[in-house]
Ligand binder design. Structure first.
Ligand code: TEU
Length: 534
């Protein structure tokens, strides 16, 4: 029997945008509880919740002001306990987001640290400036410099993300202890693991000036440093190993070699990582520099990672990425089904993001005023400096803004897509009248029902869950792969285009997006098929 997290698929919930139970326009934990039967019906086994901790919400919860409490907009600790218990009763496990590279500047630790109160003086990375200038030339992931001056303390602090997200100082053993207590708090309450936010950035080797060219100045001093590996080993030894749980690390700019190290069971660091390379299939390293999407580029990267790691997390969407059907498909339900087929038949633990199972698309906003995301807003001055005018900046936002993934979950064709009875915190996509769970539920050919069919097949197939991966062929607009376990094989072929394709393929599919019963070297537009061979 494989570990449970290798057998099951993960469903990611972005709580602000999932389901609002009290009409305040913001999703909440009771809303999630009310949707547990729906989630169960998808065939997934694990729910990852983006942060629900107390937070001022500058980065939608990724700026935490109290790790051991639930933000009132989402509910209470007892709602969370109820969610864990009700999910468990349905055979679903809960995984939380662990955001420990930084806290919110509203966290008590930071408030005390800026006033130099013991024992918090050195909880963060404080330095004197260079005259009036910051201590070094590092830049933030969200645009601009990575240092902010604090009037109270009279020093600068490092923030690799927003100004309200000061980085913790892992050279201070008291920080390590405090973070371990947080992990223990949640594991003891019954959560089954953590998705670890930007976990390969924890350790800063030095605060020297970084190489001044490139997108992330200073990153050579803090991405995947040896000190980070040591920390991860310590977390495993001291806390995680005492529970039946898993960790998946979000690892920025990780190479396959680094990813292997991080997930090597012998080293005891993480169980899986999220890599980013395949997210560059439609951009040049950073998403603000778009290039035309080519299926080949996506295939190449996915296949490379399939080959280089014995096991890993597989994903195409999350709360930071535009919708896969809009970037890798053509917004059609047919393309959504084809894309999901590849996602769920690769080797590894699949991560599905809320709405992906419906074929939800990028937002239909018409101006910057509709955008809420701190990253998008902070990027505007940087894009202006690059010479882009307002219209072109908004075009980039339409392609790349994280808000593409954050519009409310589309439950019904009714007002606000059934997400809330109030005014949603962010606009609902107008296409909820056709793309929504209720309508799709009734349509046997919907993306939702294809997703369920595939998941049911996957759950019953040891070949898909455990089998080795082999690429048979990847062409300009189609891919054919094999999964094999012992003598059993499953062949998966996907036409990644809106035209029919000819390919060497004959047989009787067990599943076809188009209901095809017998194949003759041809796939319909966006058709995906699974063929069993024994
Ligand atoms: O994201 C980290 C990260 O790498 C992002 O900057 C990512 O590159 C960007 O969002 C892509 O547009 C994590 C969380 O997933 C994100 O939501 C947080 O804002 C960020 O960390 C800070 O906690």
């Amino acid at each position: 029997m494989e570990k449970w997290w290798k057998e099951q698929a993960v469903y990611q919930i972005y709580p602000m945008s999932y389901c609002d139970s009290n009409g305040d326009g913001m999703g909440d934990i009771p809303g999630i509880i009310s949707k547990l039967p729906y989630i169960k019906s998808l065939g997934v086994g694990i729910l990852w919740l983006s942060p629900v901790y107390r937070s001022p919400g500058e980065d939608n919860g990724y700026d935490i002001s109290d790790y051991c409490d639930i933000d009132p907009k989402f509910g209470t600790l007892s709602d969370m306990d109820e969610l864990i218990q009700k999910a468990n009763a349905l055979g679903l496990r809960i995984v939380m987001d662990l955001v420990i590279n930084h806290t919110s500047d509203q966290h008590e630790w930071f408030q005390k640290s800026r006033r130099r109160e013991a024992p918090y003086e050195d909880f963060y990375i404080w330095r004197d400036g260079n005259g009036k200038r910051p201590p070094n030339n590092w830049t933030s992931f969200f645009g601009g410099g990575a240092w902010a001056f604090d009037e109270v303390r009279g020093q600068w602090y490092l923030h690799l993300f927003a100004k309200g997200q000061p980085d913790l100082n892992y050279r201070n053993p008291a920080v390590i202890d405090a973070v371990e207590r947080v992990m223990d708090f949640w594991l003891a309450r019954g959560v089954s693991g953590f998705r670890c936010d930007v976990i390969n950035l924890l350790w800063k080797d030095s605060l020297k000036n970084g190489f001044p060219k490139g997108a992330l100045v200073g990153s050579e001093y803090y991405i995947g440093r040896p000190g980070c590996h040591e920390l991860l080993q310590r977390f495993r030894r001291e806390v995680l190993s005492k529970y039946d749980c898993f960790t998946v690390g979000e690892t920025v700019l990780v190479s396959p070699r680094k990813a292997r190290e991080l997930t090597d069971p012998g080293r005891g660091e993480l169980d899986m990582v999220f890599s980013f390379e395949h997210m560059n299939a439609d951009c040049w390293l950073v998403k603000w520099l778009p290039r035309k999407f080519k299926p080949q580029r996506l295939f190449r990267s996915l296949v490379k990672w399939q080959k280089k790691l014995p096991w890993n997390a597989v994903y195409l969407e999350n709360h930071d990425q535009p919708r896969s059907v809009s970037r890798f498909g053509d917004d059609s339900p047919a393309s959504a089904k084809a894309i999901l087929t590849l996602l769920l038949t690769l080797r590894g633990t699949p991560f599905v993001y809320q709405g992906e199972e419906l074929g939800m698309t990028n937002f239909d906003f018409t101006s910057m005023d509709d955008i809420q995301d701190v990253e998008s807003k902070n990027m505007v001055p940087t894009l202006k400096k690059l010479g882009l005018n307002d219209r072109r900046i908004f075009e980039r936002m339409r392609k790349a803004s994280r808000d593409n993934a954050r519009t409310p979950m589309q439950w019904t064709p009714g007002p606000e897509g059934g997400f809330t009875t109030g005014t949603p915190w962010i606009k609902v996509n107008g296409n909820h009248v056709t793309i929504n769970a209720e309508t799709e539920e009734q349509d046997p050919d919907s993306v939702l029902n294809w997703f369920r069919t595939l998941m049911a097949y996957r759950n019953g197939s040891d070949v898909l869950k455990q089998g080795r991966f082999r690429l048979i062929s990847r062409e300009k607009d189609w891919i054919k792969i094999e999964r094999r376990l012992g003598d059993e094989r499953v062949i998966v072929a996907v036409n990644w285009s809106s035209k029919p394709v000819k390919l060497p393929l004959v047989g009787y599919p067990v599943l076809s997006t188009h209901g095809t019963k017998q194949l003759d070297c041809q796939l319909q537009p966006w058709e995906a098929v699974l063929i069993e061979e024994k």
